[in-house]
Every structure is written in C-alpha cells, then in structure tokens.
Design a protein around this ligand. Structure first.
Ligand SMILES: *Cc1c(COP(=O)(O)O)cnc(C)c1O
Length: 486
C-alpha cells in the first residue's frame, strides 16, 4: 500500500559522517554580494543595530522583538507557549515573528530571514501556501469545528493510509503529544503489558511516561525528567541508548513478557539529527516480533518528511504502530496514530480503549492536511527536497571545515543537521560532545545575516519545496562568514 516509486536507499547515502563533497561554485547572487558589506555593530538603546545583509541596506534592528518579548515574560512563563522558542540554549532574545511566506519569515522589526525551522516541520510545502490558504478560506465559510463526522476526515485518512505502509486505520488527534499518548495506551491495551522501551534523546511529546532522563549510555530504569511527573508514571519506562541493539536485547531478557512496546524516532530529530543504522532497525523489528511486543515508530517529525511514506518506507521496515503530526496538519494542529486494523479496532468506540477529542478531525485542520499531502504527491517533490538539502548540508559542512571547525552532519530528504564535533554521532551521548557554545555563536551570526536556524544544537533543520537554490547559496555564503568569525 506504500506509494510507488519511493525505493529504499542505502544507509551509506546519508551516513552521519562528515561529507567531503563540495558543491560546484556558482556565481555569487546579489544577496551574496550584499553580504560582503556587513558593517560592525553598534548599540542603540536596548537594541542591537547591525548593517543588514539579507534585506538590502536596512540596519538589523530587533528593538520591537525585545519589547514584545520583555512584556511576554510577564504574561506567560518564559514569555513563550513552548520552551525552545525562548532561545535559552543559544542565549540572547528570541525574534518575534510577524509573518511567514514560502521559505521566508519576517520579524516585527521588518527583518527578513530564510527559515530553516518551518514551524518545526509542518511547513514542508512552504509557509502560507496560496492554495492551502484559499482552501482554508473556503473551509472557514462552512465552519471551523463540527464535533460531528465530516467527509474531510475520510479524505485525509485515505491519504494517510495509502501513504504509510504500517497504517490500515487511523485516529486523528490535535498534536503529536496526544498521538503518542494514544499510541502508548493502545500498545498497552493490545499486549496487556505495561513496560515500554524508549531511547535516550528521543522525544515523544510531553506526556508523563515519556519524560524520562536516561542514564549515560547504559540502559537504565526510568526516572522522571521533570518535577511534577510522579515516579509511578515513569516506572514502566525503560531507556536505552539509540543504535544500541544489545541494550534492548538485555532489557527484553531482564523483563521477559513484560514489555509492551519499543518506541523510537526512526530518524532522530529531537537531539539533533541522528540517523539509525539499518541493522539496529532490523534488529528491533525482529526482536519485538520474537518477544510479542509492538514496534512503534514515532513519525511525528519524519512522516511525509524524509519520504512520502515516512521513515518506514525509506528504510523498508514496517512497525506495528505509527504516530504522525506536524506535516499532516499542514500548519494547523493535527496528530494521528495508526496501525493494523486488528490493533486499531481496540480504540473506542470500536473497542474498549478510551481516547477522545473535542476538536479532533476539525474541518480546518483536515483541509490544510489534505492540501499539503496532495502537493507532496506531485512527482519530483522528494528528489527536489533531497537535492536542495544535500547542497545545503554539504555546503555548510565544507564551509565549517574550511574555517577549521570540527563538524559532522547529514540529511535525509528535507531534514538535516550538523554538530560541532568530529563525530560520528550515533546517540545522544555522542551528540552531547558538540560544542554548544560555538553553536550559539553560529546561530547568532546567522540570524544577523538573515538566516533563521532552530535555536538549539539539539534540533534538526528543515527545508521546504519553497526553498530555492538561491536561498541555499545565500545561506552557505553567510555561513562562510560566520564560521570564520566564531
Ligand atoms: C514534535 C514531536 C512530538 C510532539 O508533537 P507536538 O505536536 O509538539 O505535541 C512527538 N514526537 C516527535 C518525534 C516530535 O518530533
């Protein structure tokens, strides 16, 4: 049932290894030429002023951002609605956005950025796409939420089922967190077991059982990662190091017949960009099957991102359950979990496992999801994403090395990342060797030159169909300057 023509690529094609490839030099764009004219910064009041490089000759001022964020801190914890936005791990003030379009974002001071966050993944066809916007306007006229069945749910469900190999039936929710909560309850209901194995550095939303800090590379019993999470909520959470099949095997021996599921990000994006080795994925598939446990891919980030059918199509490994989010909402709040019918039939009201949602399956969110997936079905989509992302990643790595930095990184499809360490990075412990202070300087330098990367070393980057080769060239040229100055 997987979409045709998306073959499994060899792992070597994207190995998390420092690539020596060099992009053929292109003639400098106008933006690049402008970049050579950066002037030193000066302080005016609370705002840093720097000659802009991305928006012609306008100075880089962030005064309004600073004012709004200062006020926000009195109104909302940390001034944000989700922690990483606050720039804590890179320092400095966050940029307050005003609008987004295509591959670009504009802040409240009028600065323009090439955006490699893409609202953390959903904006894969570009921000504020005209077709999606027009469809949303039409949907809006019929109402924003029905709380009753709506044909748009069927349409999105059919698209998801046709795309994702493991999914025969799907339940829509409103976020990735909710999808993961439902998925875990379902795995426990289906197997009649309680324990779950997750991996250090993998994020599965903020529900209690997933908020577990793991030991240093060794499989350990889970302890809560946040105050307010009772030990009882995480006592059934076991953790292992990513790419460490032996650790998982040992946990299965130690807790024979007690483990309901192994849950993982099939490509990690929440502790930086970390690729699985194929033997690890194959091993997990065989082990879970042999032990009567479920294999669960959390594809909230990778779904429709690294391939149309997600990581499971890309690697040719079919899990029992899958969670989705981000892209399937096309920028509106949607999550989903799905799997074989036999398992999904346990979900209420077909079966006894309770899970519900007032706004779940609402027509606006379904509309954005449908339009986004339909665009992604067009021929050439994923080869384009792969090509621009490869150019970007290779260009960044080469520029860093030319400036004498130790870096490693990689990409798959429209997802990428790099670390300030020699590598290889196979798990969270390896990732933690990255020079995060240097990343913070890199991040700030890029921001001042009109490039918006995720404000943390431990986040993946995203491209979109709206990103152009010019965007990529501009980014690499800016990075060349920044790498020399950090
Ligand atoms: C983003 C993400 C989540 C959580 O999704 P939200 O919509 O932020 O709740 C869960 N799992 C993975 C892999 C994610 O990347």
């Amino acid at each position: 049932m997987a979409a045709a023509g998306m073959g499994v690529l060899p792992c070597g094609a994207f190995a998390s290894e420092c690539s020596g490839l060099r992009r053929p030099d292109a003639a400098p764009t106008q933006q690049q030429q402008l970049m050579g004219k950066a002037r030193p910064s000066l302080r005016v009041g609370a705002a840093t002023i720097r000659m802009a490089v991305s928006v012609g000759k306008k100075p880089y001022v962030t005064q309004k951002s600073e004012e709004i964020f200062t006020a926000a801190k009195e109104l909302m914890p940390g001034g944000v609605s989700s922690p990483v936005r606050a720039f804590k791990s890179v320092g400095g003030q966050p940029i307050v956005f005003d609008r987004v379009k295509g591959s670009h974002a504009w802040d409240v001071d009028g600065n323009e950025y090439i955006d490699y966050v893409g609202t953390w993944g959903p904006a894969i066809i570009g921000h504020a796409d005209d077709e999606v916007n027009a469809a949303l306007v039409e949907a809006l006229k019929k109402g924003t939420s029905f709380g009753a069945p709506c044909v748009l749910e069927n349409i999105l469900a059919e698209l998801v089922i046709a795309a994702v190999p493991s999914i025969e039936m799907v339940r829509f929710v409103n976020s990735g967190t909710e999808a993961c909560m439902g998925m875990l309850r379902l795995a426990r209901a289906y197997t009649g077991r309680e324990k779950m194995i997750k991996f250090e550095g993998c994020y599965h939303g903020h529900a209690d059982p997933f908020l577990v800090k793991a030991g240093s590379g060794v499989a350990t019993l889970g302890l809560p990662d946040s105050p307010g999470v009772p030990k009882s909520a995480t006592s059934a959470t076991l953790t292992a190091s990513y790419n460490d099949l032996q650790a998982v095997t040992e946990l299965f021996e130690q807790y024979k017949g007690e483990i309901a599921a192994v849950v993982l990000e099939p490509v990690v994006g929440n502790s930086g960009f970390i690729v699985p080795n194929l033997e690890f994925l194959k091993g997990l598939r065989e082990l879970t099957q042999a032990e009567g446990a479920l294999l669960i891919f959390d594809e909230v980030m990778t779904g429709f991102r690294i391939a149309y059918g997600g990581a499971q199509e890309y690697f040719g490994i079919t899990p029992d359950l899958t969670t989705l989010g981000k892209i399937i909402g096309g920028g509106l709040p949607v999550g989903a979990y799905g799997g074989r019918k036999e398992i999904m039939q346990l979900v209420a009201p077909a079966g006894p496992m309770y899970q519900a949602g007032t706004l779940s399956g609402n027509p606006l969110a379904m509309t954005a999801g449908i339009c986004t997936l339909r665009r992604l079905q067009k021929p050439g989509t994923y080869s384009y994403l792969d090509q621009i992302t490869k150019n970007l990643t290779n260009g960044l790595l080469q520029a860093a090395k030319d400036a004498g930095h130790k870096v490693c990184g990689g990409h798959i499809g429209g997802m990428f990342g790099f670390f300030f360490t020699e590598g290889p990075v196979n798990n969270f412990d390896d990732a933690k060797r990255s020079d995060t202070a240097k990343f913070a300087r890199f991040h700030r330098g890029m921001l001042e030159r009109g490039v918006y990367f995720a404000p943390s070393q431990y986040e993946a980057g995203f491209t979109s169909l709206a990103h152009t080769y010019e965007d990529v060239d501009f980014t690499i040229a800016a990075a060349k300057e920044v790498f020399k100055s950090i």
